[in-house]
Ligand binder design. Structure first.
Ligand code: URP
Ligand code: ZN
Ligand code: ZN
Length: 488
């Protein structure tokens, strides 16, 4: 009888810390051995000349989710996770969104059922909290966290979801108490709606004005404020989808002070610019997302943040809406920028884009690539070391990359349901050719071999990344504040 179920032979195994030429032995869905000349497997894959990387973790993607404008994302769990797998990702963490008045437990249970039924790779779930009332923060949230939903996103913008600063403090305090990770969409809502009204009053309706209304300073200010709110109650937080240089610099400064402030950026801020929103006719609508891509200099700044460690995670923020009346153009072919669904696709292209333009062009090394696309997310969200690395005992989630394969991106070759890619025509070098999820070969030779529902739900642990720095928040310490007693 063979020693292993599967042996991947002779590839270069890459983790966030090392590159080693060795075999990988897989048994019962887990990595059982790493070494030279491993014994036989029932199945063997020759990875000579290839890279064996941990499967990616896309820790920010919107799948089977209704937008604030009431538009259903083009991807359900089946198409979304299929596209993810083809792009080298083996774990996704999408969002169960609470609307005001809804029970958080209810929306999480309903969303979990969708993933259980249709996911082809493993998934965890973040929550979105839009109604942080006493019942939600005091009862539902602690129980959900115990059940493995240990992270949630809050919005400082959008009419339907935004929290005011008072609510933000309540939420951050609950996160502190429960050890949850808070993800923050940081944009100043009043700045955006003030700019939007004036733009529209002046007849400025084209998609490019989305970029004007979501001004850099709106992102920078809200990021500064979010960090200050987190500091007041001493709660770690993660600023998601950072696009503005000044927001990034706020995060850098907070990190330099030793605060537990983490940053995430996305492909659209490295590979798109404001000029894309100014494409002919309504084509710019395909590039409207929030926050929007910035100018060329801003794009370079975000690359710098990636290289210098300001950002821990690189996620897709896949928010797929078709370029038709079911999606981007739901408000009609001449919709104003305010009526265009925010978001763009990218779950399959996330890793190949960064591999080609980041590793291939010498901007980051392979270890940093693995960290940004897999390991750091596993650590931040409590999935490590089960996910996010290749080590004995870890789930055998990995992708075998051909670093020399050239691929010209086009919507036709991708597996999501959006019908377009913002990166049409880009020529990339390096592609994941074989993808394993818990030892199952789910993608090989351009084919998917995984049934809907074969992906498993992953309960997340609480992690030290979400733990406060001090027993009593420094800003509220009675010894420094005339005896003020604020109980947590
Ligand atoms: O435009 C975007 N990013 N839409 C998705 C929702 C969000 O805020 O992440
Ligand atoms: Zn957001
Ligand atoms: Zn998002």
């Amino acid at each position: 009888m063979a020693t292993f179920d599967l042996v991947i032979r002779g590839g270069t195994v890459v983790t966030a810390t090392d590159s080693t030429l060795c075999d990988v032995g897989i048994r019962n869905g887990r990595v059982a051995a790493l070494g030279e000349g491993l014994a036989a497997g029932t199945r063997e894959i020759d990875a000579g000349g290839k890279l064996v990387l941990p499967g990616g973790i896309d820790s920010h993607c919107h799948i089977e989710q209704l937008s604030g404008m009431g538009i259903m994302s083009a991807d359900d769990f089946r198409s979304g996770t299929t596209a993810a797998a083809f792009g080298g990702t083996t774990t996704v963490i999408p969002f169960a969104i609470q609307n005001r008045g809804e029970s958080l437990r209810r929306v999480v249970d309903d969303y979990r059922a969708l993933g259980d039924a249709r996911a082809v790779i493993d998934f965890a779930i973040h929550m979105i909290i839009a109604d942080p009332n006493e019942q939600v923060l005091g009862q539902e949230l602690p129980a959900l966290i115990r059940d493995g939903y240990t992270s949630f996103k809050v919005y400082m913008t959008y009419e339907g979801t935004r929290l005011d600063d008072y609510q933000m403090l309540d939420v951050l305090t609950a996160a502190r108490r429960e050890g949850a990770m808070t993800m923050i969409h940081a944009e100043n809502w009043d700045m955006i709606r003030w700019l939007t009204k004036r733009l529209l009053d002046g007849g400025n309706r084209a998609p490019k004005f989305h970029g004007v209304s979501h001004a850099q300073i709106a992102e920078g200010e809200a990021t500064h404020r979010a960090i200050a709110l987190g500091r007041l109650v001493d709660t770690p937080l993660l600023i998601v989808h950072v696009s503005a240089e000044e927001a990034m610099e706020e995060i850098r400064m907070a990190q330099a002070k030793g605060l537990k402030v983490y940053g995430e950026t996305c492909p659209q801020y490295l590979f798109l610019t404001l000029d894309d929103l100014d494409r002919d006719g309504m084509d710019g609508a395909m590039y409207c997302c929030s926050p929007p891509p910035r100018d060329k200099a801003g794009q370079e700044a975000i690359w710098n943040g990636l290289q210098t460690g300001v950002f821990q995670v690189f996620s897709s923020d896949h928010a797929p809406y078709r370029f038709d009346e079911t999606g981007k153009l739901k408000a009609g072919p001449n919709a104003s920028f305010k009526e265009i669904a925010n978001g763009l696709p990218g779950i399959e292209t996330r890793m190949p884009l960064l591999f080609s333009e980041g590793v291939g062009k010498g901007r980051i090394d392979l270890q940093r690539f693995v960290d940004l696309t897999a390991t750091a997310a596993a650590k931040l969200y409590g999935l490590y070391p089960r996910k996010g690395t290749i080590a004995v005992g870890s789930d055998a989630d990995m992708a075998i990359w051909d670093p020399a394969r050239e691929v010209t991106l086009s919507a036709d070759m991708l597996h999501d349901n959006t019908g377009y890619t913002p990166y049409e025509g880009m020529v990339l070098r390096g592609w994941p050719v074989t993808v394993l999820s818990r030892g199952r070969v789910v993608v090989d030779g351009g084919e998917l071999d995984a049934k809907p529902g074969s992906g498993e739900f992953l309960p997340c642990d609480r992690t030290g990344f979400a733990a406060p720095l001090n027993r009593i928040p420094k800003e509220l310490d009675p010894k420094r504040n005339f005896g003020a007693q604020i109980l947590f």
